[in-house]
Design a protein around this ligand. Structure first.
Ligand code: PGA
Length: 250
């Protein structure tokens, strides 16, 4: 019942010239069989959204402020993101949690703001290496999920991305069993909180060093509904190869 989702996060990469990657994707893969989401830097949201018109690609931002407007120099609000034509936003990415000291309480406020603006919130969570080695991964993930996600999540307004911090940009990925353990755990926890029907509609993405070479194996894991791809989303050819692996996943 859940449509699979291949999502890309360009992070702080890309100028107007990078929009050619989106054009390449739409030209070479005119009829994707999975949902697509790309999150370019805020400077490119409007142009990327214009390029995505008529193609099944959602454009998303990488963060938003929790307030709708106000004296917050340098910040961008959820209604501003919606105004560009984008319709999703990544929230709680570990680089935001770490570099900008974002807490799960703050992320929950941002999620609410995103929902009010009509954006889908892609809520990111995941443990550090120290937490995994201390056997605290599930405890940390449970707390991040419970606290970062306000009441009111549905399959339409929310996607959850499990991204172990130690797998992001490192080339290291968890074992299949480790990913399955976390994704099954997330599904159970969502079910306990939201009930089976709502929980079953929320897509769970895995993120952290997903590449064309490991995508098929990751997509075969239980409760993995797609990927959030960083580095490999910058080139249309690599992103498309991951998308194809997801299309072919059973
Ligand atoms: P990576 O990043 O694919 O470059 O590891 C993933 C992410 O941070 O979303």
């Amino acid at each position: 019942m859940r449509r699979r989702l291949c999502a890309g996060n360009w992070k702080m990469n890309g100028t107007a010239a990078s929009l050619a990657e989106i054009e390449t994707l739409t030209r070479t893969h005119p009829t994707p069989q999975v949902d697509l989401l790309l999150c370019p830097p805020a400077t490119l949201l409007a142009q990327a959204s214009a390029l995505a018109v008529g193609y099944p690609l959602t454009i998303g931002a990488q963060d938003c402020h929790q307030a709708a407007s106000g004296a917050h120099t340098g910040d961008i609000s959820a209604p501003m993101i919606a105004d560009t034509g984008a319709s999703a936003v990544l929230l709680g990415h570990s680089e935001r949690r770490e570099n900008h000291h974002e807490t799960s309480d703050l992320i929950a406020e941002k999620v609410t703001s995103a929902w009010v603006a009509g954006l889908t919130a892609v809520v990111c969570l995941g443990e550090t290496l120290a937490q995994r080695e201390a056997a605290q991964a599930l405890e940390v993930i449970a707390d991040q999920l419970d606290t970062s996600l306000p009441d009111g999540a549905t399959g339409a307004n929310t996607v959850i991305a499990y991204e172990p911090v130690w797998a992001i940009g490192t080339g290291h990925t968890p074992t299949d069993a480790q990913i399955a353990e976390v994704h099954d755990f997330l599904r159970r926890r969502l079910t306990d909180r939201l009930g089976g029907d709502t929980a079953d509609a929320i897509r769970l993405l895995y993120g952290g060093s997903v590449k064309p070479a490991n995508a098929a194996e990751i997509f075969a894991i239980s409760n993995v509904d797609g990927a959030l791809v960083g580095g490999a989303s910058l080139k249309a050819t690599e992103f498309a190869a991951i998308m194809e692996a997801l299309e072919n996943a059973s």
